[in-house]
Design a protein around this ligand. Structure first.
Ligand SMILES: [Zn+2]
Length: 263
């Protein structure tokens, strides 16, 4: 759930030729450069999750298509638990300035919009660690549906997509949905969750509250959210194209609630 800030970005990124003994690298679908690295069992599980849960869905498929079309390199590492901090899953940027949109500037990054290589780190079981749920939400992982493995992976794929394509703007992690990278990852993952029939959607980043009711029109009408949805639509044209229709299989569909099928 974590988007690493610049201070913690110093991490050796494994090149495919430098993968440790006993580990394999899968070039996922041989499209773009999505590499799944890890022991065979983990890599197989990860590919299976991408295939059977994300690529085949409307929302997840759109995010992966954007990665395929926009990727120079995206390493997707599966790292044994204990190796890193206990805030998995997380996304790290190779070149932070390049992950941010041209014109975006903060005290730590100056966006170039070029896009950067990114690495998603998952635990050895692919699941979200209890340390992460405790740290971010102060509840056990099984108390919130969006901490399930497949939704955690989707959330990080949104971060990686935006870093790779040079679309990132903020790393604000306030407790309200606002125009930040976490809010965008939560919004898009909520769309996938509704497509999958999840019992509850995520309200914000750092509480265990559910979005109640999960109504896209009510959501759109809350202050600031229409601008957030417009940003998502602008930054993610494939996602917009697939979901801006009343036939999209996505009950929580803020994009359609804003655009009603119009460009
Ligand atoms: Zn996140």
């Amino acid at each position: 759930m974590t988007l690493m800030r610049r201070q913690s970005l110093v991490k050796f990124l494994l090149e495919p030729s430098e993968v440790e003994m006993g580990q394999i690298t899968v070039n996922y679908k041989n499209r773009g450069r999505i590499f799944v690295n890890g022991e065979k069992r983990y890599a197989d599980q990860c590919v299976d999750l991408l295939d059977r849960w994300i690529l085949c869905s409307c929302v997840g498929g759109a995010i992966l298509e954007e990665i395929f079309n926009g990727s120079k390199e995206l390493d997707f590492n599966i790292v044994p638990s204990g190796f890193i901090t206990g805030l998995e899953p997380e996304t790290r940027l190779k070149s932070p300035d390049d992950g941010y949109a041209l014109g975006y500037k903060s005290d730590v990054v100056t966006g170039t919009g070029v896009g950067t290589r990114a690495t998603i780190t998952l635990t050895d079981t692919l699941s979200v660690s209890e340390a992460a749920c405790s740290s971010i939400l102060h509840v056990p992982c099984d108390a919130v549906v969006y901490m399930r493995t497949e939704f955690g992976l989707m959330h990080e794929l949104v971060h990686a997509n935006r870093a790779l394509r040079g679309k990132m703007r903020t790393v604000s992690q306030g407790d309200h949905m606002k125009n930040s990278e976490e809010a965008i990852a939560i919004l898009i993952t909520n769309m996938l969750m509704s497509e999958k029939g999840a019992a509850a959607l995520r309200k914000n980043y750092d509480t265990a509250e559910r979005l109640d009711p999960p109504d896209p029109v009510l959501f759109k009408n809350q202050p600031g959210n229409e601008a957030l949805i417009n940003q998502v639509a602008t930054d993610h044209p494939t996602l917009k194209a697939k979901t801006n229709t009343d036939t999209a299989p996505v009950p929580f569909n803020p994009i359609y609630a804003v655009f009603h099928g119009k460009p």
